[in-house]
Design a protein around this ligand. Structure first.
Ligand code: XMP
Length: 334
């Protein structure tokens, strides 16, 4: 039997009873697979890796070693949340690696979007591999592969080309050998992963969080990334997320974020000339990320966001709204 193929008889996991049965079955399978050996997991804090982490903590406790790599391109508060939930609340064996300087130094002066994606993807593997080499006796690698990833790989194997080089944890270097992979959610669709996540006790906020690309804010800080513009982007994005939460849009809109291009315009602040970057708001809805429509945000909300970002974020002097559907624009700008 091809164990990468979802059996037709597999029931869709739509409620907590089915989720609990799935969790119990996976706990048995994982324990049988790994025995008393250690398992390594790259924990980004996204839905898939978080659900795998929570499941494996339940199955094998401290035999799971989670590595959270902060590439310096996370949203505000994100790495802190990973530490709080997994280390402090779930008592996981979590290694936190602040690799901000490694990434930002490599990215300095690089403006080509694909080049940026490749650097971030490759360095992510380097940092993760460096950590893995330093650990004793890790036999298995866990991954948050889900069924759409498997379907996507089949499409790519058939020669269909992607618009952008997506990166999650790709191929690890040859010298890192594992006895096997642990992929407990590989036959699940996203909605099922969320139901399982909630059954495992993860918060609704964590399990229903909006998608966030592997290269993070790196593809939203357009062109060559600088630390000051990246900081402005992170702060503006945090305000946007806060205001979306305040007005009830947060659970409704598929993806909403800020983009900061590498251009400046003239403005005025405290009666003096003030050159700053624009913050571009993008808020889209989609079901499969292949096409997307733009969310119609009430003007009052846009005015509030504009007032807050321009008043609170150093370096931003205008706020713009991206009204482009996909196609013709992609969801991310790079
Ligand atoms: P685009 O920009 O191609 O994005 O319309 C479609 C969806 O994919 C997300 N995205 C990524 N997700 N790794 C990911 O896991 C990546 O490298 C990546 N790049 C884009 C994007 O946020 C949107 O949801």
């Amino acid at each position: 039997m091809d164990n990468n193929k979802r059996p037709e008889s597999m029931e869709r996991i739509t409620n907590q009873v089915l989720a609990n049965a799935f969790i119990d079955e996976q706990i048995r399978e994982v324990r049988a697979q790994v025995g008393n050996k250690k398992v390594l997991l790259a924990l980004s804090g996204g839905v898939d890796s978080s659900v795998v982490a929570a499941l494996l903590i339940k199955a094998i406790g401290k035999q799971l070693v989670c590595v959270h790599v902060n590439h310096g391109l996370m949203r505000k508060g994100e790495s802190e949340q990973v530490i709080e939930v997994f280390r402090n609340q779930l008592d996981a064996n979590l290694i936190y690696v602040d690799a901000t300087d490694r990434f930002l130094n490599l990215l300095a002066g690089v403006s080509d979007p694909e080049q940026k994606r490749k650097i971030i993807g490759a360095e992510f593997i380097n940092v993760f591999a460096d950590e893995a080499r330093g650990l004793d006796g890790v036999a298995f690698l866990a991954q948050g592969t889900i069924y759409p990833d498997i379907l996507e790989s089949i499409k790519q194997a058939e020669g269909k080309k992607a618009v952008k080089s997506h990166h999650n944890v790709g191929g690890l270097p040859e010298d890192l050998k594992f006895e096997g992979l642990v992929e407990p959610i590989k036959l699940l669709f996203k909605d099922e992963v969320r139901v399982v996540g909630e059954a495992l006790g993860l918060s609704h906020e964590m399990v229903y969080r909006q998608p966030f690309p592997g290269p993070g804010l790196g593809v939203r800080c357009l062109g060559a990334i600088t630390r000051d513009r990246l900081h402005a982007l992170r702060e503006a994005d945090a305000i946007l997320r806060e205001e979306f939460a305040n007005c009830g849009l947060a659970g409704k809109v598929w993806q909403y974020f800020v983009v900061v291009p590498d251009i400046k315009s003239v403005g005025v602040k405290d009666e003096s000339r003030y050159e700053g970057w624009p913050a571009i708001i993008r808020a889209v809805n989609t079901t499969d990320a292949m096409t997307a429509t733009v969310e119609e945000i009430p003007y009052a909300v846009l005015h509030k966001i504009t007032a807050r970002i321009t008043a609170e974020v150093e370096g931003i002097n205008r706020v713009l709204m991206d009204l482009t559907p996909k196609p013709v624009g992609t969801i991310e700008w790079e």
